[in-house]
Design a protein around this ligand. Structure first.
Ligand SMILES: *Cc1c(COP(=O)(O)O)cnc(C)c1O
Length: 376
């Protein structure tokens, strides 16, 4: 059986280094916000080419903290509208709600699964104050277009990069826009491209004020112990998780490269007219701007294809079976989203299937997956 994601095998190469970190951790006896967290924050900011990185408890909190900090800074106000793609993992939308802001859903492009910049303008009202972009499945959204619209309408841009660690750094135009705050939320949930051994997250940004407020908010709104400047929360990056992340970060680029190699094989060798491959955009350097957190195909025979793959020893998953607006959570009187219609989003959720892709998948396994797909 080829499992969809073999986390034990993914973490195996790092086991000795993890043991070493744990030993030092026990020897040092410093458990909260220590040297491992600071070291990771410095390394990850450098990796992302941003000025600041603030470790958080998880990716959801990273998003919430960005919005809460903008509220503290007076750049957002409770009840402001935030435009967000209708087909995202629900965390993006829940984070907006958690910060007392109003999510406004916009359809994606069927081909890329990412937010359609052409549909943003019609969603803008006098209450719209921000766009939350999601780089779904590891592919960068069309940021140049989104940024243009944001500038023209005086909107903040926040990026949910929970599935896209390392995706942006080859895109030159993207990198050199250092004037932009470029504020991104990351998750290090174990299955992400950079995964901890538990919950972990971070915010990266070039905005000094925003970084300062987030740093305070994640620790009870306190910069000096027992003095509280804001109504904060507890969402610190765990010291031990930071130690594990410090072990894995240096290998993120090579792991992403391995994912790309597998994806390129899927793209060129899967040949079956019942299967629609994802449309991938190239950056200015003519490179794929995806780090392939997931490799997501579409088919109108999803149940049959999934069963056929399973019979042939290949485990697949569906990301995601139910779009956020159709979730039971949004069926109540206060959030009557269930009756809304987002045909592209719904079609995507009906047809998508995620193939195994990870740095430890062997080329023989990839051969087998392609061969089985081509005989379906
Ligand atoms: C994983 C994920 C999150 C949330 O991250 P957690 O660490 O699980 O809180 C947010 N947005 C997207 C798109 C994700 O994939």
């Amino acid at each position: 059986m080829i499992p969809f994601l073999d986390l034990k095998k993914i973490n195996k190469p790092y086991e000795n280094a993890f043991q070493e970190k744990l030993k030092n951790f026990l020897t040092n006896g410093w458990y909260i916000l220590g040297n491992e967290v600071s070291a990771f924050e410095t390394s990850f900011a450098n990796y992302c080419r941003t000025k600041y990185c603030i470790g958080t408890g998880n990716g959801f909190d990273a998003l919430v903290l960005i919005f809460k900090a903008y509220i503290e800074l007076g750049k957002l106000h409770k009840g402001d509208e935030v435009i967000v793609p209708a087909n995202t993992y629900i965390a993006s939308i829940l984070a907006i709600i958690q910060a007392d802001l109003i999510p406004v859903l916009v359809e994606p492009k069927l081909e890329t699964y990412n937010m359609d910049p052409n549909l943003i303008a019609e969603k803008i009202t006098s209450k719209t104050k921000a766009i939350l972009v999601v780089h779904l499945y590891g592919q960068l959204a069309e940021m140049d277009r989104v940024n243009e619209i944001a500038i023209a309408n005086n909107l903040l841009v926040v990026e949910d990069s929970a599935q896209a660690h390392g995706a942006s750094f080859e895109e030159e135009s993207y990198n050199t826009q250092d004037l932009k705050p470029k504020t991104q939320a990351y998750s290090f949930y174990p299955g992400k491209n950079l995964g901890a051994l538990g919950d972990a997250g971070a915010v990266t940004t070039n905005d000094a004020e925003l970084a300062r407020v987030i740093r305070s908010l994640r620790n009870y709104g306190s910069e000096t112990k027992y003095y509280n400047d804001y109504v904060g929360m507890n969402s610190r990056l765990d010291e031990l998780q930071a130690a594990f992340l410090n072990v894995k970060l240096p290998f993120l680029n090579s792991e992403n490269e391995r994912r790309r190699t597998i994806a390129k094989r899927y793209l060129s060798e899967i040949k079956n007219n019942k299967i629609i491959l994802p449309t991938l955009l190239l950056n200015q350097a003519k490179q794929l701007n995806s780090v392939f957190h997931l490799f997501v195909i579409r088919t109108q025979n999803r149940e049959k294809l999934q069963a056929y793959l399973f019979q042939n020893g290949i485990e697949t998953m569906i990301h995601y079976p139910v779009p956020p607006h159709l979730q039971k959570a949004f069926s109540s009187e206060t959030s009557k989203w269930n009756s809304l219609s987002f045909p592209i989003t719904e079609k995507i959720h009906d047809e998508v299937l995620s193939l195994p892709i990870s740095p430890i998948l062997t080329m023989e396994e990839v051969d087998h997956i392609i061969a089985i797909l081509n005989t379906f």
